[in-house]
Design a binder for this molecule. Structure first.
Ligand code: NAP
Length: 281
């Protein structure tokens, strides 16, 4: 039997409807949720990402402001702007779109954002809160993956989860979120000698690598939940993930598509984080 599809598009619609309802309640109470987005430079992909985030805010009743700066903006001037947004009570979330021009240190910029407004969850403080199991903002992509896994109704507790990839923004926080949900977690990376050995034992596989066909049907345990974070292009230039969807869908129990899977969930969790910041959670 082919795997059941976990549609990020559908799940996003449900979650965004809830965000819109709660945002309307905050607005009616006089404190509309606010997200400040900063874009430095002209990177074409960043412009698309920022446009999608601003539109998602508008669709759900979150007030967003987009500040665009030339690539020549100095690091000092960007830090001054972030300090002003930190102090602005109408701003509940601050997002600085990456990548930044080479002369600006991204770590310094991210850590300048108030922890209470770090809705991307990328700061060292937010990473530490996740690591320590404390409340705080979870990075949007792995947070969205957790929602997708939960949507299957399969209990995560006691399951063996394999995360492929260990980046600070996806792989590592993903592994920590699964650990927090009481999965037994294995993290694989480019130096893992036999990736298939690990993935074949996994009840849950999250692929966050950035290479097509990293996970093929022979590497998947029958009935497993497969979450595909990867965003790649196939030979025809079409968007595809890290998972060989055509092959794996015959083996897995649940699978996310690309496009229409993790991508929409990432933006949705940014909305959720911003809303919860405004709600004071
Ligand atoms: P990244 O920083 O490049 O990390 C990739 C990870 O994959 C690294 O940890 C690397 O290991 C590991 N890796 C590379 N080759 C491998 C192999 N052959 N076997 C096992 N592991 C291997 O990328 P990222 O930022 O985490 O993103 C991963 C993918 O997700 C990209 O395609 C990105 O575009 C996509 N993404 C999608 C969304 C979304 O919203 N859909 C959001 C974020 C990212 P080492 O650490 O050893 O180098």
């Amino acid at each position: 039997m082919p795997a059941q599809l976990i549609s990020g598009t559908q799940l996003s619609q449900q979650l965004r409807a809830d965000v819109a309802r709660r945002a309307a309640a905050l607005t009616a109470a006089g404190t509309p949720p606010g997200l400040a987005v900063i874009l430095v430079g002209e990177d074409p992909a960043s412009q698309v990402y920022v446009r999608n985030k601003v539109k998602a805010c508008a669709d759900t009743g979150i007030v967003s402001t987009l500040e665009r700066y030339a690539a020549t903006l100095s690091e000092a001037d960007l830090l001054v702007r972030i300090a002003a947004l930190n102090a602005d009570p109408s701003v509940h979330g601050i997002l600085v779109q990456m990548p930044l021009p080479r002369h600006i240190d991204p770590a310094k910029v991210i850590d300048a954002i108030s922890t209470r407004k770090d809705v991307d969850g990328f700061s060292v403080q937010s990473a530490g809160e996740l690591m320590a199991g404390l409340p705080g903002f979870r990075p949007c992509t792995p947070f969205g993956c957790m929602k997708m896994i939960e949507s299957t109704g399969v209990p995560i507790k006691g399951k063996h989860a394999v995360v492929i990839g260990r980046s600070n923004t996806v792989g590592k926080p993903m592994a920590l979120l699964l650990l927090q949900a009481n999965a037994t977690v294995t993290i694989c990376h480019s130096s893992t000698p036999d990736l298939a050995y690990h993935t074949r034992q996994a009840d849950i596989v999250v692929a966050a690598v950035g290479k097509r066909n990293t996970l093929t049907a022979d590497m998947v345990k029958p009935g497993a939940i497969v979450i595909d974070v990867g965003m790649n292009r196939d030979d025809d230039g079409k968007l595809c993930g890290d998972v060989d969807f055509a092959g794996v869908q015959d083996i897995a129990g649940w699978i996310t598509p690309v496009p229409g899977g993790v991508g929409p969930m990432t933006i949705t969790m940014l909305l959720v984080n911003t809303l919860e910041s405004a709600e004071g959670k």
